[in-house]
Design a protein around this ligand. Structure first.
Ligand code: M6R
Length: 608
């Protein structure tokens, strides 16, 4: 979704803003723009297209001198991608400029009122309403105008604002869209995400809903919506800027796939102590764990797929009933929750609008919410009753890989913890499970080392029209994730099916040469999936099988086999997904797609 960067300080603002926006490109966008106060006026340059168009337009920022500015990458929601709809937006006198991430839900009634008062609109965006509304309320005091606007607008927003009358001050505010503030000796910064400003400062303030930040080159103040000054503590960002760079890899996605074994270790090892699973941040007593009647796992996209695997593992090991819901469905389906239910929301970004809304819905109904989140200090991390972080570090590629792998580990650990506390597994069984977990990082590395073989296979399928993934149980959950990975970055139509469901309709789509990837890692279901492989083969499919080492019988039925190392059947997702991520990656590379920034997609989906 949209990216915001702003700066006020001793340096030229435009190059800092362009550099910061380049670090937010991963969020997905279709146009970019910048406003800089040049000592007399607020200058705006904006254009549809990639950031490099804006860089060319402004000669890398040199044609926009000034030490105060805001910039924006837009992911269109209201109004098509176009120069005029790009941000920043002005008031009519061009004395107030605004960039916005989010959606002003009541922009139509507000626009109608402003039209009646004589305001004219240039764009189709909801954001322009904010610029005119600020103008309407502005009587010389920006803070007063901003807080008045906050009382009128509904929806989600992160806003960066300039007032020509206050040429030394940058203003920012947020509600339900991400925004951070940074401070260094060189000035103050705002951004949608940490990587945008990490080069300049590690001192970061997480802005809470409806807090207003007022910044100059050497001062920073926060105010409530009632204009009362607030005390806020800076957080020091520990991770290095290089964690958000490509580090010699061709794409972030490849780099992040290679980081998976580390991610798995980092998420797991602090929580395995003295032969026990220790999740200090859980905030649940043993009694509460024992009384738990049901778990709801709620998420979107790949995080939802991780939760699907989580359901099989939690039910299989801890014997607690689990319902898995898409967050966009959960929030509106009037779920039946009781005091003994636990809601687990899973999210890499911690900013996904539907997941955040599902969290709030669950809390409204008196339910305790545990967040499994990657981005420290994100909205979900702050609002959940308890947070279990996945220590995957910054994930830049739109297609998630390492965060997904870390989410699986968090869910395995939770399942083992609950099973142990509820007496569903013996001490010896727990030890065996933990030994299997500890072997995963090495096994993942082994699979990554075989990437050339997957690349050769993937090269044959760059012209494919349809690809199917099938599996049963956990293998079905793996299939869903593999299929999403492929379609989102290669634009090849792909579907995942529970293997037993094929003959109820989908099998009619199988033609001569159609690639069917069959995942078969579950010993109890191996024979069943084998039959499904035979069924699709006899209708002309070319079958790629992903199975556990030793299952050589599958070679008689499948055309191409990828073996994964042996692990506990509950943990096979962590291994089987690796070659399938690589397959998606190499198909995308082979087709010449924009691997890290696939069309129409955003890394962090902060609108509904
Ligand atoms: O940040 P979140 O984990 O909440 O994001 C959820 C989905 O938007 C995300 O997993 C999406 O499906 C990825 N692009 C998949 O690779």
């Amino acid at each position: 979704m949209c990216g915001i960067v702003g700066y006020v300080g001793k340096q030229q603002a435009a190059p800092i803003i362009l550099d910061g926006l380049s670090k937010l490109e991963y969020r997905g966008y279709d146009s970019a723009g910048m406003a800089v106060f040049d000592g007399k006026y607020i200058q705006i340059q904006k254009s549809v297209g990639r950031l490099k168009v804006l860089e060319e337009l402004t000669h890398d920022g040199r044609t926009m001198p000034g030490v105060l500015g805001i910039g924006h990458t837009r992911w269109a929601t209201h109004g098509a991608p176009s120069d005029v709809n790009s941000h920043p937006h002005y008031n009519e006198e061009e004395t107030i400029a605004v960039v916005h991430n989010g959606i002003i839900e009541n922009y139509i009634p507000l626009k109608n009122k402003l039209l009646k008062k004589g305001y004219t609109f240039l764009s189709e965006t909801d954001t322009e309403v904010v610029a005119h509304l600020l103008d309407y309320y502005y009587k010389g005091n920006p803070l007063e105008a901003i807080t008045k606007v906050l009382h009128r607008v509904e929806g989600s927003y992160a806003l960066g604002i300039l007032f020509a009358d206050h040429p030394d001050t940058l203003y920012a505010v947020r509600k339900d869209s991400p925004l951070i503030v940074g401070k260094s000796d060189e000035g103050c910064f705002i951004a949608s995400d940490v990587p945008a400003i990490l080069k300049y400062t590690r001192n970061v303030y997480y802005v809470e809903n409806q807090e207003v930040a007022c910044m100059t080159a050497d001062s920073l103040h926060f105010y409530s919506v009632d204009e009362e000054e607030l005390e806020k503590e800076a957080v020091t960002i520990e991770w290095d800027a290089s964690a958000a760079e490509k580090g010699g890899y061709e794409h972030f996605m490849l780099k992040e796939m290679h980081e998976q074994s580390k991610t798995v270790t980092d998420t797991m090892s602090p929580r395995i102590k003295d032969g026990k699973i220790v999740i200090e941040e859980l905030g649940l007593t043993d009694e509460e764990i024992c009384n738990m009647s049901r778990i709801y796992m709620v998420a979107c996209g790949s995080a939802y797929h991780a939760a699907m695997t989580g359901k099989y593992v939690m039910e299989g090991i801890a014997r607690i009933p689990v319902e898995v819901d898409l967050a966009s469905e959960f929030r509106y389906r009037d779920p039946i929750l009781d005091d003994n239910s636990l809601v687990i929301v899973v999210s890499q970004s911690g900013e996904t609008a539907d997941t955040l809304a599902a969290l709030r819905e669950a809390q409204k109904r008196g339910c305790r919410v545990l967040g499994i989140v990657n981005v420290v200090g994100s909205s979900i991390a702050r609002e959940a009753d308890n947070v279990m972080y996945t220590w995957a570090g910054p994930e830049i590629a739109v297609a998630t890989t390492k965060a997904y792998s870390a989410q699986l580990i968090a869910l395995y650990l939770l399942s083992l913890k609950f099973a142990d506390v509820r007496g569903k597994i013996t001490k010896e069984e727990l030890t065996d499970y933990m030994e299997d977990l500890k072997r995963l990082p090495q096994q993942i590395e082994l699979l990554m080392n075989n990437k050339e073989r997957i690349q050769r296979f993937a090269n044959r399928y760059i012209a494919a029209k349809d690809i199917f993934f099938i599996g049963r149980g956990i293998d079905y959950a793996i299939s869903l994730e593999a299929s999403l990975k492929l379609k989102e970055i290669s634009y090849i139509h792909s579907e995942a099916y529970a293997a037993g469901e094929l003959k109820h309709g989908t099998i009619s789509l199988i033609e001569d040469g159609t690639l069917v990837a069959a995942v078969s890692t579950q010993p109890a279901l191996y024979k069943k999936t084998l039959s499904n492989i035979v069924e699709v083969k006899s209708r002309g499919a070319f079958v790629l099988a992903v199975t556990t080492v030793g299952n050589t019988e599958i070679e008689k039925a499948a055309d191409y086999v990828i073996y994964i190392p042996e692990t506990n059947p509950f943990f096979t997702d962590s291994l089987a997904i690796i070659p399938l991520q690589l397959f998606a990656y190499y198909v995308s590379v082979g087709k010449g797609c924009d691997v890290d920034k696939p069309r129409n997609l955003a890394k962090s989906v902060t609108v509904e």
